[in-house]
Structure formats: C-alpha cells, structure tokens
Design a protein around this ligand. Structure first.
Ligand code: MG
Length: 239
C-alpha cells in the first residue's frame, strides 16, 4: 500500500525526470590530495581492516569471492555483491574506495560500484572525475534520486572516502511508510548529501515505492563489472 507520505516524496522527486541529462551538473570542488586511512573509532565495528573478508559473504551466503590484496578488497567481476554477515539499521559508516586507472569506459561504465545501505538504498560509486553522466547517477548520488551537492571526486587511482550517516525507514504495523530513510554523506570531507529523505528503494529507470522490511539488513557492495577497490570499512551502530 502506498501511503500519503510516500506519494508526497515521489512527487518531490519528479521535479526532474529520473536520469535526466538536462539536469544541471553539480559544481566541481577539488578535495585536495588523497589522505591516509581514517582510524576506526574505538566503538566501531571494523568490517574490513585490509586482511580478510571474515565479516562478509557472497550473495548466496557462501564465502566471499572478492579479491583481498595489499590491504584492499577488489570487486571480482561476475561474482555478485559483497554482503556483510551482520545486519544494520541506523549507522555511521566509513568506507574508502578507488576506481581503476587508467580509466576505462564512459559514463556509467567507468568505475561503477555502489554502497547499498541495508542492501536496498544505493549511494553511487563511480569514476566521476571528468566523466559526464546523468547527475542522479554520478559519484555521491543517491542513485536515481538525488545528485550530490558538489562533485568532490579525486582522479581515478586515488583513494577517496565516504562518511555516511544513515537512518533507516520506519514502517507502521500495516506495512505503510511511517518515515522515510535519510542519508547524509561526506565525500573526501566535503558535504555532498544533506539529510536527504529517500523516495524509496533506489533503482535504475524506476521509482519503486517503499516496501516494509526488517529493522536491520546487511550492507552490500555492488559488483557492476568494474574492478573497484575498497579499504578501511568501519561502522558504528546508532540505535
Ligand atoms: Mg552503482
């Protein structure tokens, strides 16, 4: 059932057609040189410290298939998403990522991956350094819903960091939406999503409505066929 709140959110999101190439591009802001890994706070759950994938599984719950090397984990194309063993709801998440160099492909085919909060709500990972695409699909976009405030990406081959504050959606007992999910994101220390209320699950060429789900679900990282690297992944539970 689609409630009034869900319809209102969907109407707001229609100001620009989804994936519109006419939409203004977010201003470019140079975030400066890459930084060393940010230390995990003492109360954080370390999901990846560079050594192993003990906190992760493949989508079919078998052992994780991505490649661990030299302190990072790299997408192994064709093996599917990397799924956290634990479920999470409201969180602060830190995750560092690096797109391949030399850059290959154009638009959505250049360095595509994604951080899926609760496995449902995608914060886009893409090589958006001098690589044009639809703004609601560039790096830092809530995919298909909201472009980043600015483009604060570094060139491919350099490490970048997302700091994400995510609040899960709440559902009434009848399954209708009580309050939407919200996301605040910093890319390389620069605010790119400011408490954005998600319209629903993120999707390509679709705006599916919210559908009631558990309060905690695994975090997922996307295999989009490109060898993106991740490192230094830690999370703090906020509820
Ligand atoms: Mg993606």
């Amino acid at each position: 059932m689609i409630g009034t709140l869900a319809l209102l959110l969907m109407a707001q999101a229609q100001q620009w057609p989804q994936h519109s190439m006419d939409r203004p591009r977010p201003p470019v802001v140079d975030p400066g040189p890459e930084r060393p890994p940010a230390p995990a706070p003492k109360d954080a759950i370390v999901l990846f410290d560079g050594s192993n994938l003990s906190q992760w599984r493949a989508q079919d719950s078998t052992a994780a298939k991505w490649i661990v090397k030299d302190g990072y984990v790299e997408v192994k194309p064709g093996t599917g998403m990397l799924v956290s063993a634990r479920g999470f709801g409201d969180v602060q998440l830190h995750i560092e990522w690096r797109t391949p160099t030399p850059a290959q492909g154009e638009g959505q085919e250049r360095g595509n991956s994604g951080v899926f909060l609760m496995g449902i709500y995608e914060l886009q990972v893409l090589d958006s350094y001098q690589n044009d695409t639809y703004p609601d699909g560039q790096a830092g976009a809530i995919y298909g819903e909201n472009p980043p405030l600015v483009n604060a990406t570094r060139p491919p081959g350099q490490w970048q960091a997302y700091d994400i504050i995510f609040h899960r959606p709440h559902f009434k007992t009848d399954g209708s939406l009580e309050r939407p999910a919200r996301m605040t994101v910093f890319l390389n220390g620069i605010l790119i999503q400011d408490n954005f209320e998600l319209v629903g699950p993120t999707a390509n060429k679709a705006r599916p409505p919210y559908s009631a789900h558990p309060d905690k679900l695994p975090l997922k990282l996307q295999d989009h066929g490109n060898p993106i690297r991740y490192r230094n992944i830690w999370i703090r539970e906020l509820e």
